[in-house]
Each structure stands twice: as structure tokens, then as C-alpha cells.
Unconditional design. Sequence first.
Lengths: 268, 295
Amino acid sequence: MHGPDDPKEGGFQPQLRPGARFARDAASRPILMFEDVYKSYKPGSPVLRGMNLVIERGEFVFFTGPSGSGKSTLLRLLYRSETVDDGRILFMGRDVARLSQDSVPYLRRNLGVVFQDFKLVSSWTVFENVAIALEVLGLPQRLITSRVGEALDRVGLARRGGDCAGVLSGGEQQRVAIARAIVGEPALILADEPTGNLDPQLAIDILGLFEDINATGTTVLFATHDRSLLEIRPRRVVVLDEGKAVDVRAGVTPGDDGFSGYDNALPV
Amino acid sequence: MFDFSQATARRAKRGMLREWRLHALSVFSLAVAFVCLGAALLVVVNLSAIEERWAHAGRVSVYLRDDAKVADVDALKTALTKTPGVTQVRYVSSAQAHSDFSQIGGAADALAALPHEAFPASIEVDIRPDVSTADLTTIKSKLSQLPSVDDVETYEAWTERLARLVRGGVAAAGLLALVVFASVLAVVGSTMRLALQRRRAEVEVLKLVGATPSFVKSPFLMEGSAQGAMGAAVAIALLFALFLIMRSRVDLELSRMIGVEPAFLPWQGAVGMIAVGALLGTLAAALGLRKLVTV
């Protein structure tokens, strides 16, 4: 019987060039590429229609667009809660859409996901909620304790590990969710409207946390329809419009007169 | 691996403590089912012990005619003493038989009221346990032809009846076992499905952080196993208490007469029942969660 993180179980592995032990240019490749991605829930009304997008390593990208534009769908396709109808999503060179069902958990271990509704187990303690991300990796308890402590410290919840998650405020619960997302040191963080349930000041604090995480080299995709957040932070903004991704100049919010299209063609 | 097992055990314990009412109800239901099975096994064990005891009783009662002459009886005793396989020969007169039976609890007064003649004189012959049934039949056949002998009892008919009773008991216990297995599968399977529904948020989080289906299922399987084992253990404890109460009420004289003291299930049987409970609980949980946990 293998442990939960035993490589013999056939987990997600970044794709390598045939014949090479490792890809020399792997570090310079985009971390994420969407190639002609189609997704529809109802026939005749696709949410994504041939979407192309490239995300480089270490980027902080806002995804925005009206409700139903496909922001959440995009993230769900990434962590394989949904599958594409057509096209490819390459994460670290591997097509997420073509992963076998058995490999999906290993993909998710390379991602950190934060939701608007936190998705915490309210009856568990703060520590337990964060530690679970490391327990699935089968790490020793001592290491889990130390890394959870560090993660909670990073989100400003040091010494709150013993508190029950259900009694925390919304902002604190979102910090716990962020700690859970970063504790495994994933390459990519997906945030789906993480400030949607928080007041403006708390939203800015939470955004600041994601920026701190991004500053350590982690790529962050931040889906939001809160224009105030886009205005206060000069970051790359991708607008989902009619099923396609349109890049907007950094520091310019969609709808401004200064909006100009961004060439998001895939590298040859 | 050790940390993985520890984490699983911790999660299972946490789940059971948080849903203790649900699990307690399930354990109680399983205990009732296992008590039925245990009781049937207990009856079989004790009947088997009686059968074993009487199958090797090595005893023959030679009932004498009322008009048997003393000289004939003495000659018979001498002949029997010299017969190979015979270890002891004892003459019991009508008066002595009457006296012996009058001391039996319960029916003592009724037996004492009977005349001496109602109890024939006999010669009680003890035979070595290794004497074969064929030899015993030969001895019986020869003794029956003697003029002073009225009847010869080798207790084979009783042994055969007991054997049939034991075989019936084993068959009944087998059927009960099937019923118990089915009820364990149903009870534990339903409990686990209910527990999974109640812990949907937990399962969602586990999938989100990259838990494999086996990681998600493992605490539920452990809980199913614990439920099965605890159900069987509680049943054994209940059964033992009932056994102690029953044994205190069984007439000591009757036990002596039968030649077997009431016995509880052997420890291997008790441990085996707990192991079967754990195994069935795991299987039931696995079947219950089969289609419910996907990535």
C-alpha cells in the first residue's frame, strides 16, 4: 500500500520533452496557456468560445467580466472540477483537460484555490483546516505543524490555530482559506471572487495578502467583478467578454476610453 | 505511511466523536444482530460439549429382570469384569436406584412416591473411552441374550439425537449468520452514506486540496470497521452477562447429571466474532461509499 503522495500512484507530473530528463527552458515557459478553449453548459450558448490566453510565471492577473461571463468556469476548468468541450489548457506544459481522473488530485496539489464562500469545515479548528492540505501529501506531523504555523503567521492568524473556524469573522475565515491555499507552496493560486463577501477595507487587506504571496514568485489568478480593486492596483487585467479573453493595459480598467486590445496570441 | 495511518485514524476518531449519536445507534443495531448470532453459537457450543461428553461416556447400563437369580447376577458381574475394555462393574439394587432418583431436584417428591419395583436393579458398567462403537454393539448384543438381562442401554440413541440437535443448531446458526451479515451490510452502509452526506463540506474540501478518493474514503472505512467491531464486542459483553445470569439459575445437580458445565464461547470464537464484525463493517462502508466518492 502506498502513501497518498507516492509517485507510484501516477500523479500529475509536468510534461517533459521526449528523450530529455528535464526541459532546460521549462522555467522560461508560460505557466498556463489556454488554446482555443470551448465550454458550454447549454447547447447553442457557450460560455467560452475559442478562448486563447497565456499566463507567465510569477504574474498577478485579474480576471473580470460581468456575471456569467465565465470567470468561475475558467477557474473550474483549471482545477478540473469541469472539463473543456474543446481546446487545451496547458498547466506547466501538461494538458489539464486530458488528465486521467486518477491524476486530478495530483494536479490540485499543485494549485491553491480560494473561494468567495471560503469552503472551510466550520467544525474543524483553524489548524485542522490548513493542515489538511499537507495531510493529503502524507507529510510527517512535525513538518505539518511547523508549516501550518508559518502559513498562519503569513496571513496574520498566528496563535489562532486552536480556534474553531466557524466562530471566526468573514475576513478571518478568508485568511484561513488563503493559508490553506499557500501552505502547500503551489505554483499557482486561483482566487474566485475571494473578496465578494467582505467589506471594502477587508477586501483591500485580502488583496494585499495575495500580492504578498505573488511577491514570493507564486502566480496568482484573481477573479473579481469589483472594479474598485482593479482601479487601486496596476495589474494585468483580463476581461472575459463573449466567451473570449481580452487583455487590458495594466492600470486601465475595462470601459475606460483608454482601453486597447492586448495581443494575446500564443507563442509559436 | 505511519503518519498517513495516524492521520486517517485521527480523522476517523474526529468523525465518530462529532457524529456519536449516529454511530452509537448503528453500534446498538449491530450489537442486537450479533447477540442473536452469539446466542445461537453459544447453544451450539454447549450442545456440542454435551454430545462430546456422551459420545465418549463409556458407560453401559444392564437392566436386570425382577426374577434374576443372585447367582446369575454374580456370574454376570464376574464375566463383565473380565471382559476387555471394562474398567468397573457396579451393582445397583432397586432400592438404591429409588434412593438415587429421589435425590434429583425438582421431581424428588414424585419419584420418592413411586414403589421400589418401579426402578429395576441394574449393573452399571464403565468402559474405556477408546472402545469402538462396534465392540460396544457386540457387548450389548451378547448381554441382551442372557436370561437374567431385561435390557441394555448404551446411550448411543441419545448421542445420535444430540448430534442431530447440534447439526440443526449449526444450520440455524449458519442462517442467522447470513441474516446478521446482511444486517451489518445494510446498517453500516446506510450509516456511512448518512455520515458522508453530513460531512459533505469536509469531503468537498478534501477533494479541493488534492485528496485521492482512497484518502477521502479511508476514515469512513475505518469508522465502518470500528462500528462492526464495537457492535460485535458489545454483543459479546451482553451475551456474557446473560450467560452469567443463566448459569447461576441452572441446577448444579442437573449439570452434574449431564456431566457438562455450561460454557461460554471460547476466546477464539469471541475474537473471531469481533474480527468478522470489523471486516464486515469495512466491506459495508466500502460498498456504501462506492459510487459516492469521486474526484
